[in-house]
Structure formats: C-alpha cells, structure tokens
Design a protein around this ligand. Structure first.
Ligand code: G4P
Length: 204
C-alpha cells in the first residue's frame, strides 16, 4: 500500500537488521487521519469475508483495528496481555513469547466477547515471527469461531511469521512488506512476492 510505504520511507528508521522504528506515526505518537486511511484499506480488502468482529492485541494494534472496525461497522475487541494466568472467570488464555522484546505474557480474552459463529479479522501493527497472531488463532479456534483474515500494517518478510500463518491456512494481507532492513536501508517487497526464500534462513 503506497500510502504506508511512503510514510515509512519518510519517517521510519531502521535501527538494525531486524527492527524498524515507526514511533512518530504508529507506535508512540499516532496519526489519526492516517490510521483512518489504513482502516479503510483493510475494510475494503476484507469486505467480502463476512467479518463480524475485528480483534487486535494491545497496544499498538488498537488504533488501526478501531478504524478498520469503524469502516466495517462491527465491534473491535482487544486481546489483553496478562503477566500471569487468570484462574477464575470464563476466559481463553494462551502463552505468547516475543522474540523481538524477550518477554512472555498470557494472551487473554473474556469468553463473552467471542461466539462460535463469529468471523474474526485480526489486525496488528507488526508481523515478525507470528507468535502473537498464532496465539490469537489458538484462542479463536478454541472458542469455535473462525479466523477469517489477518491484516498487518508492516510485515517483516525476512522473518518467519508470514510463512507460518499461510502454512496454517490463514488469509494474510500486509499493507507494507519489508524484504530487507539495515542501518539506513529499508527495502520493500511487492504485495504478491513470496516471503519463503527470504524467511527460510532467518531464525528470528
Ligand atoms: P511476533 O508476534 O510476530 O512473533 O513478533 P515478536 O514477538 O517478534 O514481536 C512482537 C512485539 O514486538 C510487538 O509489540 C511488535 O509490535 C513489536 N515489533 C516487532 N518487530 C518490530 C519492529 O521492527 N519495530 C517495532 N517498533 N516493533 C516491533 P508488542 O509486544 O505486542 O507491544 P505493543 O507495541 O503492541 O504494545
């Protein structure tokens, strides 16, 4: 998606070969008009998928997920990160480990906010190894609902996430796909370029 690629070119900073900083418009300061445009694009892409709810994982996915939900006219649900298991209450939980941040948490959803007939669109800001998205998919499967699509703002195609999600059978749309990062280097991939070769060598 050109709008996002142009913004990344203008304001994104490659901190290393694996980390892209986008604090000025996504992760720290948020540009609401821009998020609205990204949400409109996700809604257009998934308009025929019968989406009944947009899910995201706190916190940076919330802004684009909310805008997407607005354009699809469905509710948005935030999957919470708890440091430990909730032992009472009707919840779905699964453990997620972030390789990028070196942290673990229990991804948590109260059962009230998902029904077996729901068709879920998962929106998140970054796709790296796919741990968070695979965790969300476990929760959705456990509830009996369907994960009908996954929308990502920035896919790091040299990491494993895209392949893992596609191998698991999910419909993934990334608005910007990054093939290579390095100090001062940000290279984009076309929407339909395979991620497989690039990711096969990457361990994280
Ligand atoms: P994965 O879910 O795809 O496996 O990703 P991984 O665990 O490696 O990283 C997850 C966390 O790291 C996410 O934040 C994600 O937004 C962030 N992240 C991954 N790669 C990058 C990057 O290149 N740049 C930036 N700025 N962030 C990156 P989170 O822990 O869910 O926190 P939050 O930011 O949503 O609160």
């Amino acid at each position: 998606m050109k709008l996002l690629e142009d913004r990344i070119k203008k304001e994104g900073k490659a901190l290393s070969e694996t980390v892209l900083k986008v604090d000025s418009f996504i992760n720290h300061q948020v540009d609401s008009e821009f998020m609205d445009a990204l949400g409109e694009d996700f809604a257009e892409h998934f308009k025929d998928a019968g989406i009944t709810k947009v899910f995201t994982i706190e916190s940076s996915g919330i802004a684009p997920a909310l805008m997407t939900a607005k354009h699809l006219d469905v509710p948005m649900v935030i999957l919470k990160k708890q440091t430990s298991k909730i032992l009472n209450g009707n919840v779905y939980q699964t453990r997620i480990t972030s390789f990028t941040k070196g942290t673990s948490y229990e991804l948590t959803l109260f059962a009230d906010y998902i029904q077996p007939e729901d068709r879920i669109l998962l929106i998140d800001d970054f796709l790296a190894n796919g741990e968070a998205a695979m965790g969300a998919s476990r929760i959705i499967a456990e509830s009996g609902a369907t994960l009908a699509g996954i929308g990502i703002l920035i896919e790091k195609s040299f990491q494993k996430g895209r392949n893992r999600l596609e191998e698991a059978g999910y419909n993934v749309y990334s608005q910007a796909r990054i093939g290579k990062l390095g100090e001062g280097v940000i290279e984009f991939l076309d929407e339909d370029a395979p991620a497989a070769d690039l990711a096969s060598e990457a361990s994280e």
